[in-house]
Design a protein around this ligand. Structure first.
Ligand SMILES: *Cc1c(COP(=O)(O)O)cnc(C)c1O
Length: 345
């Protein structure tokens, strides 16, 4: 598969905006910068940020075992996903495939870009229907979105099924790994060399505990990364975010401890939820949330709101009738949730 054949022709031909800091980026002592119309007085933030986010990419390359030029950073994964759509999908003509029930942004972004959406529902145990997916694919279906672990179902897709899709689909396969750190499955970033059509996205919003800084990452071949990079807004990751991300990447201790604690709470919550009479099913979780089927999701949602506990009612999603999605909270928060549920019949 030639990746460049999948790219919109106007994007292939684009001359990227060359920012002042792109043309001369060595912010060394003693250099006088009269190039970018910045305010010269030092506020700590009077200079434009590094458009290539080199220090963060250095660190991520080291941690993740990939090359710098396989990494693209965005203002949240949402921006990264948006760049992927812009790159590969011709508005009014091309299509993407999504696998409901799944993360809502894929469809919203496709709608924004006037890109068609083919929905192929998950089948038993919330796994992808490989045969149907490969059957509906055609020369217009440019991108297949896989979310594993999947939101809102919380499970991971089987590695064999993912492999069949990545190798069988004649387009870009995005594997959204927002929750990978909560799972014991291997990340697909280790398979980038095997699949030229693979893009893996991750985020600082969940396991890293940094949803507020808005930082999302994609890992892909150098070819794909270079094209995505050529159309991103020049200063898409601001200096405050870059500073905080670097600080956060200095040590893995916090990440490891938080994830361990959240998984312990998850296991406790799952065992407690199974004992609650109005809970009819607790789905397996590889994430920092749990999907549960209850007697009456709308009623329970409201009741929890009355107790000042906000959950997510996923009932309007296919296969999720009467399902609430519960994020794992802190110990006392989880205990409070369970103690309320225990009083209900
Ligand atoms: C939370 C989440 C994200 C994170 O998006 P950001 O824009 O990086 O905060 C991405 N994908 C899925 C499936 C999510 O649930």
């Amino acid at each position: 598969m030639k990746i460049k054949d999948l790219v919109r022709p106007n994007i292939l031909g684009i001359t990227p905006y060359s920012s002042a800091r792109n043309e001369y980026s060595n912010l060394q002592d003693g250099v006088i910068f009269l190039d970018a119309n910045e305010n010269p007085f030092d506020s700590g933030y009077n200079r434009y940020p590094d458009p290539n986010q080199r220090l963060i990419k250095d660190r991520l390359a080291e941690i993740k075992g990939v090359k710098q030029n396989q990494i693209l950073l965005g203002n949240g994964s949402d921006e990264v996903l948006d760049l992927i759509l812009r790159t590969f999908c011709e508005p009014g003509k091309d299509q993407v495939i999504i696998l409901p029930p799944t993360y809502g942004m894929y469809k919203v972004l496709a709608n924004i870009h006037n890109v068609g959406v083919i929905e192929v529902q998950l089948i038993e145990k919330f796994q992808p229907d490989v045969e149907r997916i490969l059957n509906v694919a055609n020369e217009k279906t440019k991108v297949l979105f896989l979310c594993s672990p999947n939101n809102p179902t919380a499970n991971s897709f089987s590695s064999n099924l993912i492999e069949e899709l990545v190798s069988g689909f004649n387009g870009i396969v995005v594997i959204d790994e927002a929750y990978i750190d909560f799972s014991n499955k291997d990340s697909w970033i280790h398979r980038l060399e095997d699949f030229s059509n693979l893009i893996v996205t991750q985020t600082f919003s969940k396991s890293y505990g940094m949803a507020g800084i808005r930082l999302g990452v994609s890992y892909a071949s150098e070819t794909i990364t270079e094209i995505l990079d050529s159309i991103k807004p020049p200063y898409n990751v601001n200096q405050l975010t870059q500073d905080k991300a670097l600080e956060c990447l200095q040590s893995n201790d916090q990440l490891i401890n938080d994830v361990k604690e959240i998984i312990n709470h998850r296991n406790w919550l799952i065992s407690e939820l199974k004992l609650i009479s109005i809970v009819s099913k607790v789905y397996e979780s590889d994430s920092n949330f749990i999907l549960v089927k209850v007697k009456n999701a709308e009623k329970l949602y409201q009741l929890l709101i009355n107790h000042k506990i906000v959950t997510r009612n996923r009932s309007n999603q296919p296969l999720c009738e009467n399902c609430l999605r519960l994020t794992i909270g802190k110990k006392d928060e989880n205990i409070k949730l369970i103690s309320i549920l225990k009083t209900l019949k």
